[in-house]
Design a protein. Structure first.
Lengths: 69, 331
C-alpha cells in the first residue's frame, strides 16, 4: 500500500483495515491504546524485526509489516 | 531457573540428579500446562578443541551410565541452534533433560501436599527448630511434631547454626517473546568451571526457552553479595558472555532483570537427612543451582529415611555428618 510521507505504521495498518495488530499471550487480538509509545499494544513485526511499536515508527519505502502475530 | 539436568560432576551428584530427573519425567503427564514442562533437552557447547575433549569425556561418562547423549560437531551444532555464533567446535546434546517453570511447579507440589493433609501457614515465621521435635514461632507459640525439617535454602543457617551453607547470588534476565530463537537449554561448558570457582565473582552463559518464546538468560555467581539489588557490572559481564554465543541476543528486548541467592556448600552436594543438632531436626538444603532438578529426589530421600524405608540411591553422600569432600571429576 502507499501512504503519504510522515505516516506512522500504526496509521497505515488502520488504513489497510486491520484491527488485529498483535496477539496476547493467551491469543487475544490487540491493537493500539495510547498511541504514544508506552502501552506496547501496537507492536508489529517490521522487516522481520518483531515487537516494533507501530505508533512510533514512520513508514518507509519497501517496508514490510506483519501483523496478528 | 527451571532446568532439569543430569549432572556429572561427581557420582553422588549424578545419582541424585538422574534419580530426580527421572522422577520429573514420571510426573510430567500429571503436571498442568502452566508448569510448562518441556523435554527440550540440554545442549552443552564447546568453543574449541579443549572443550571438545570435555564433550567426549561427558559422552563417555553419560553413556556408561545409560544416559542417552549425542556428540555434535561444528556444522551439526549450528543446525541444532541456528542463532549460535559461527565457529563453535561442537557440543553434547542430552535429549532426556527438560525445563519447566518453577513457581508453578512449586504451586502444583504444594496443592498435592495440601490434598494429602499438609497444612500451610502463612504470615508466621519460625524462630527455631526444637531439639525435641516441632518448632517455635516468632510469636513465642510452639507447634509440636515428631520432627522438623529445615528446607530454607540460603537462610538455613539462621535456623541451624554452624551449617556450612553460604549465599551465592545469581542474576537472571527474561526476554520478550521470540519463539524459536533457541530450541534447547543451552549451557557453555565453562559453566562447570564457574560453578567450581571458589570465591571469585564469575559468569557463565546459559539460556532457557519458555513455551511462549520468552527466554531466561543467565548466569552469575557471587559470594559475599547478600543484597537483592541488581549489580550492573556483573550483569554487564553476564550479558557480554551471552553475546559471545548468541550475538543475535543484542537485538532482542529484555523485559526484566532480577536476582536470587543459591544455597552453596563446600563440597557442592546438598545436605539431606538428620542434623547434627538433634535427630528430630532434619535438613534438606544446600542445593546450589540444582534445587528444582533435585527437589523430587530430595523429597523422596527424606520420606524414605524418616519412614525407615530403603532409599533408591545411597543417602550417605548427602549426610550432615559427612567429613571428607567427594571427589570431583573436574579437579
Amino acid at each position: 500500500m502507499r501512504v503519504p510521507s510522515g505516516t506512522v505504521v500504526a496509521a497505515a495498518v488502520a488504513i489497510a483495515g486491520e484491527s488485529r495488530f498483535r496477539r496476547s499471550v493467551s491469543g487475544e487480538a490487540r491493537g493500539p491504546l495510547c498511541g504514544m509509545g508506552t502501552c506496547m499494544e501496537c507492536r508489529v513485526t517490521i522487516d522481520g524485526r518483531p515487537h516494533c511499536r507501530s505508533c512510533q515508527t514512520l513508514c518507509a519505502q519497501g517496508m514490510i509489516v506483519q501483523t496478528n502475530e | 531457573m527451571g532446568h532439569l539436568v543430569v549432572m556429572d560432576d561427581s557420582e553422588a551428584q549424578f545419582a541424585l540428579t538422574s534419580y530426580s530427573v527421572s522422577l520429573w519425567r514420571q510426573l510430567a503427564p500429571e503436571l498442568p500446562s502452566n508448569v510448562e514442562y518441556d523435554p527440550c533437552g540440554t545442549l552443552w557447547l564447546a568453543v574449541d578443541e579443549e572443550e571438545m575433549q570435555e564433550v567426549r569425556r561427558k559422552q563417555a561418562y553419560y553413556s556408561s551410565r545409560n544416559v542417552p547423549v549425542e556428540v555434535l560437531h561444528g556444522e551439526a551444532v549450528k543446525q541444532a541452534e541456528p542463532n549460535l555464533k559461527p565457529g563453535m567446535a561442537g557440543g553434547l546434546l542430552v535429549p532426556g533433560d527438560a525445563v519447566l517453570y518453577p513457581p508453578c511447579a512449586a504451586g502444583f507440589l504444594l496443592r498435592k501436599a495440601r490434598a494429602s493433609g499438609a497444612e500451610l501457614m502463612l504470615g508466621k515465621s519460625v524462630k527455631r527448630c526444637l531439639p525435641e521435635g516441632g518448632v517455635e514461632l516468632d510469636d513465642g507459640s510452639k507447634l509440636t511434631a515428631g520432627f522438623s525439617l529445615n528446607a530454607t535454602g540460603p537462610w538455613s543457617p539462621c535456623l541451624s547454626p554452624n551449617l556450612p551453607v553460604r549465599k551465592r547470588k545469581g542474576h537472571l534476565v527474561i526476554t520478550d517473546r521470540y519463539p524459536g530463537f533457541v530450541r534447547h537449554q543451552i549451557v557453555e561448558l565453562g559453566y562447570l568451571k564457574s560453578a567450581h570457582g571458589a570465591s571469585k565473582d564469575s559468569v557463565a552463559f546459559n539460556i532457557q526457552p519458555r513455551k511462549n518464546g520468552q527466554m531466561l538468560v543467565g548466569s552469575s555467581r557471587q559470594y559475599g553479595a547478600d543484597s537483592n539489588q541488581v549489580d550492573p557490572p556483573i550483569l554487564n559481564r553476564m550479558l557480554k558472555r551471552a553475546l559471545e554465543y548468541l550475538p543475535g541476543l543484542a537485538d532482542l528486548a529484555s523485559i526484566r532483570v532480577w536476582t536470587g541467592h543459591r544455597a552453596a556448600t563446600p563440597d557442592k552436594l546438598p545436605i539431606i537427612g538428620p542434623s547434627l543438632q538433634s535427630d528430630r531436626i532434619w535438613l534438606a538444603t544446600g542445593h546450589e543451582g540444582l534445587g528444582i532438578t533435585t527437589s523430587l529426589a530430595t523429597g523422596k530421600l527424606v520420606a524414605d529415611m524418616l519412614l525407615g524405608r530403603p532409599t533408591a540411591i545411597p543417602a550417605g553422600p548427602y549426610a550432615a555428618a559427612r567429613s571428607s569432600p567427594c571427589e570431583s571429576t573436574h579437579n
